[in-house]
Design a protein around this ligand. Structure first.
Ligand code: AMP
Ligand code: MG
Length: 315
């Protein structure tokens, strides 16, 4: 039986897309599918709509949002693209790379989107349902991950529904997220320096090949106000790099081993990323009091997985 006041689940067809676009146009929220994780979207040009995102997530107001655009043209109306930015957009858009660029004075976005910063985080997503939605809305969509602040990110519609219940009016169903981890965030500065603000599907190795070595500055503290140490929390104690779990631990495995939830039996890091949040949701819901996670190699996508695991394990 459907839960009373559960979010409206919209199918990714013409009718569902029209309904999602209409709800967004009124200034309400819709949870949307992307290739990274599900986002909680609002029209980025409406202060009232954007305020609903912060209120619904319980997100601190100093933590700015990523704006999702239809295409590069729309992006260039919002932020200033230099040659490096154009090159990165050309290589990786649509896709899981977010660029932090100087905000244009005439961008017309709600101030809360950037939390008052002079920079804007922008991305053209690849998921075909999200792209179809952005075509219909015309306005760009501010969308953080569709979970309550500090909790585990959602990679499936039922994760969103479990986190928000009736507080999220509608969920556009786009199936399970392909990448399963949030986008890589890169800040490009005026002085030619750059920094990785969040590891993700576009790896540090790849970016370094294109941009050269990143700036030595401790960018994390200065430029990523939202990279809070505590995040993605399953709400119970969690140990990392565990070879042998204790009896009261829900074990998240990697590679050919016995486990309660396996990230990838073939030890494939991309597959592991796609399964990570689903395993964390299952671990959170299990009767076991604690969680243990097998070691994950710290290269390529593994870097992004370990970043999320460290935050999930911090209390
Ligand atoms: P989420 O939407 O939950 O994936 O988080 C978005 C991330 O983007 C947060 O960690 C923010 O701190 C980061 N972000 C958004 N806008 C900016 C910006 N202008 N400068 C630096 N980081 C940003
Ligand atoms: Mg998030």
């Amino acid at each position: 039986m459907a839960r009373k006041n559960a979010p409206e689940l919209l199918s990714p067809d013409d009718a569902g897309l029209s309904r999602a676009a209409a709800i967004l146009a009124w200034g309400e929220l819709v949870a949307v599918p992307t290739e990274t994780v599900y986002g909680l979207a609002a029209r980025a040009d409406s202060a009232q709509a954007v305020a609903r995102i912060y209120a619904t997530k319980g997100r601190p107001d100093f933590n700015p949002l990523i704006v999702h655009v239809r295409d590069l043209d729309q992006a260039q109306g919002l932020a200033v693209f230099d040659e490096r930015a154009l090159d990165l957009a050309d290589r990786f858009w649509p896709g899981p790379l977010t660029l932090v660029l100087p905000l244009r004075v005439d961008a017309g976005l709600a101030g809360a989107v950037t939390a008052g910063l002079p920079t804007l985080a922008l991305r053209q997503p690849e998921h075909k349902v999200m792209r179809a939605l952005l075509e219909r809305t015309g306005f760009p969509l501010a969308a953080p991950s569709a979970n309550r602040s500090e909790e585990i990110s959602p990679t499936r519609p039922d994760h969103v529904a479990a986190s928000f219940g009736e507080d999220c009016p509608a969920i556009l169903d786009g199936g399970a997220s392909r990448d399963g981890l949030e986008s890589t965030i890169v800040a490009l500065r005026d002085d030619g320096e750059w920094s990785l603000l969040r590891p993700g599907p576009v790896t540090l190795e790849t970016l370094t090949r294109i941009l050269g070595p990143q700036s030595e500055m401790d960018s994390a503290a200065i430029e990523a106000p939202g990279q809070l140490a505590r995040h993605y929390s399953p709400g119970k104690p969690m140990r990392l790099d565990v070879g042998q779990p204790d009896a009261d631990e829900y074990f998240i495995g990697f590679g050919a081993q016995e486990s309660d939830c396996n990230l990838s039996r073939d030890a494939d890091l991309n597959e592991a990323a796609a399964h990570l949040y689903d395993c964390l949701h299952r671990a959170a819901a299990s009767p076991k009091a604690r969680i243990a996670v097998a070691p994950i190699p710290d290269d390529a996508m593994g870097r992004a997985i370990n970043d999320r695991l460290r935050r999930a394990a911090s209390d």
